[in-house]
Design a protein around this ligand. Structure first.
Ligand code: NAD
Ligand code: DAU
Length: 339
């Protein structure tokens, strides 16, 4: 039973990190959580309203690249566990401007690892991604397969993934790595496929489907991902990576039609647009390694999507603020006025 530990969660104001913090605070009685987040465009303290006033939760605004700050946090809080969710996470943005991706997703991981090495910790969890493997036409990737990242995002995440591994091999740092499929659920920034399309559909706006709409992604409900990360933290073997799959592969057009069905909107809202540069055709994970340890996702896609659509319907105040601001400027710049 993991009681009394101090978790340093980085990137905890984002989509998955905030869901993870709420999950562990709810699960354990006696842990402390320190959330270090730079509050980029994707970080949002409203995601953590339900835990913000708790005595065992502390928020620190800061950059994982800032080694001095991280050192001070280690001195002050002596974390047992470091779980690194912090990243630039959107593939389209990495195509437009890779710079921040290289800084946060590679140098930021190094900065955390150096401090972990100097201060000592029980576990460092690097949240990696299935995108490190690249695209696969048939079959599924296992943890030992070759890396073939296609976008600057995926390549920088591969750098962070391997840096973490190198600190296990070279310095014996207790590192585990998770590589999950596409997440969906509450609090996802509405630039990613599912929240963008749900919120556009609610507003009767077009749903911009890239290319032929037949790219395949494997979908994992965010709560399952959080449980999977915690499972790997508690049960994973140092130096090992674990795929966390949703076992739910769908073409983008199938997702789009499901969203239109659940929002009660017409398929006339679908608009095929120019394809993403270097667009990976299909992601697929073999998750037998984590399954053999005793973990599997609980949600089925129908259930997860119903909950997700309901959440966006009931939290317009959350996403309307975002969509009326810089996000809109970004999309206008890239895809034209009518987005
Ligand atoms: P997100 O973009 O919603 O959140 C990222 C968070 O990191 C934000 O709160 C942001 O403010 C923070 N951040 C960014 N740069 C930082 C820095 N330099 N220092 C401190 N904080 C910083 O991302 P997400 O979708 O929640 O993804 C979280 C992690 O999970 C990422 O590492 C991502 O690569 C990985 N991942 C995501 C998915 C997915 O489908 N979303 C799937 C697999 C893995
Ligand atoms: O696979 C895990 C990865 O999933 C994570 O590591 C990334 O952080 C996360 O952003 C996600 O990457 P994707 O590129 O797969 O997700 P995105 O939601 O951007 O796109 C999903 C699919 O939908 C992809 O094939 C591109 C397509 N798409 C996306 C958008 C935003 C569209 O057709 N239209 C769109 O407007």
């Amino acid at each position: 039973m993991d009681k009394g530990k101090t978790y340093l969660v980085t990137g905890g104001a984002g989509f998955i990190g905030s869901n993870y913090i709420k999950y562990i605070i709810d699960k354990y009685d006696n842990i402390k959580v320190v959330n270090l987040d730079k509050l980029t465009y994707a970080g949002n303290q409203e995601n953590l309203q339900s835990v913000a006033d708790k005595d065992n939760y502390t928020f620190i605004k800061g950059d994982i690249c800032d080694q001095k700050l991280i050192g001070e946090l280690f001195e002050k809080y002596s974390p047992d566990y470091v779980i690194n969710f912090a990243a630039e996470s959107h593939v389209d943005r990495s195509i437009g401007n890779p710079d921040d991706f290289i800084k946060t997703d590679i140098y930021g991981v190094y900065s955390l690892l150096e401090n972990c090495r100097n201060f000592g910790i029980e576990k460092f969890v690097q949240i990696s991604t299935d995108e490190v493997y690249g695209s696969i036409d048939k079959g599924s990737f296992s943890e030992d397969d070759t890396f073939n990242p296609s976008s600057p995002y995926a390549a920088s995440k591969t750098g962070g993934d391997r840096l973490a591994y190198s600190y296990f091999v070279t310095y014996d740092l207790p590192v585990v790595i998770t590589r999950a499929s596409n997440n969906y659920g509450p609090n996802q920034y509405p630039e990613k496929l599912i929240p963008l399309f749900i919120t556009n559909a609610i507003d009767n706006k077009k749903l911009p489907l890239y290319g032929d709409g037949k790219n395949v992604r494997d979908w994992l409900f965010v709560e399952d991902h959080c449980k999977g990360v915690e499972f790997v933290l508690q049960n994973g073997k140092n130096g090992e990576a674990y795929n966390i799959a949703g076992n739910c592969e769908l073409q983008n057009i199938e997702i789009t039609k499901k969203i239109l069905e659940l929002t009660g909107k017409s398929e006339e809202l679908i608009e095929y647009v120019k394809d993403r540069a270097g667009h990976d055709r299909r992601y697929s994970l073999d998750d037998s390694k984590i399954a053999d340890l005793g973990w599997q996702p609980e949600y089925d896609f129908e259930e997860g999507m119903r909950e997700t659509v309901e959440w966006y319907k009931n939290h317009e105040y959350w996403w309307r603020k975002i969509k009326s601001g810089e996000y809109l400027e970004y999309y206008k710049e890239h895809y034209g006025e009518d987005m």
